[in-house]
Write a protein that binds this ligand. Sequence first.
Ligand SMILES: *Cc1c(COP(=O)(O)O)cnc(C)c1O
Length: 351
Amino acid sequence: MSSWRDNVRKVEPYTPGEQPKEEGVIKLNTNENPYPPSPKAMEAVSQIKNLRKYPDPAAVKLTEAIASYHGLSKEEVFVGVGSDDVLAIAFMTFFNSDKPVFFPDITYSFYPVWAELFEIPYEKKALDQEFKIRIKDYAGENGGVVFPNPNAPTGILMPLDEVEEILKGNQDVVVIVDEAYIDFGGTSALELTRKYENLLVVQTYSKSRSMAGLRIGYAMGNKDLIRAMNDVKYSYNSYTMNEPSILMGAAVLEDEEYFQETRKKIIDTREWFKEEMKGLGFTFPDSKANFLFASHEKFAAEELFEAAKEKKIYVRYFDQPRINDYLRITIGTKEEMEALLDFFREYFKEK
Ligand SMILES: *Cc1c(COP(=O)(O)O)cnc(C)c1O
């Protein structure tokens, strides 16, 4: 007997980090920014009117603000509902070859989920012993390349000359550089979009701009790439950007001082935290992101993850080969990091 169940699309969904409902939690598990967004965001709320009407499908106000911030024209910017939306549309738009798309084996775990959903063939390329992306693995024939820089969850930054090497070897396919964490110490590949028309650089408001709750991401690149993405978007859902996001997203770009200040606070806390963690027996690749990917010489990561959670401190643990001895710890405020360090000190003393 046939059933509607036979025709249900079966997918293995992406699992995001927990959003605990209990009170008094120290939340260092989803790389959110511990500081509020610029006050300009809330000021912009008062300008929200006309919620009765559909928003501008091209979100021109926001697109122009982002373009001008990065020295681009609005035809070179695509905005979406978080970079997850932008990346998903980019996968749909650019990865339509029979050849596999390449990405690292240890990376943002949404990539294989989209590849499966859109039936895109893919091949994972193993990171080296030190968790670095091996440039030469990306030289073979492929249907496209995508990687985060800095990589997640390792935090390792690829220098721009290596990004360019990947581009040099892949000029017939689209190369996507996912720069969710670039503001915490890296140099954006944006300048390379001038030289490589097949490069798409994706950034987000969720981490460095403290606006994960608003959902704003964007892609920058050659206007033909952007036009192709818009064609796909308008074939799928025209009104993705809501009016509050458009106004608040544009407004915060006017507050460069606040952005630099909070960015610096996180970088400073991260560098101090690295030293403290070394002192406690942790090892980790050098991170240029707003998290540290750390392993302890004596204690298993899963045990520490569970024990910290008991004390209402949430970090991220991935039960996956090669990385199941690591904790990914978001850089919060200095006080939050002190609380986590105190927890480790207590726990190690008792054992
Ligand atoms: C957080 C993250 C994203 C998605 O962020 P959005 O909130 O959807 O903008 C994309 N890529 C990587 C590597 C991330 O860590």
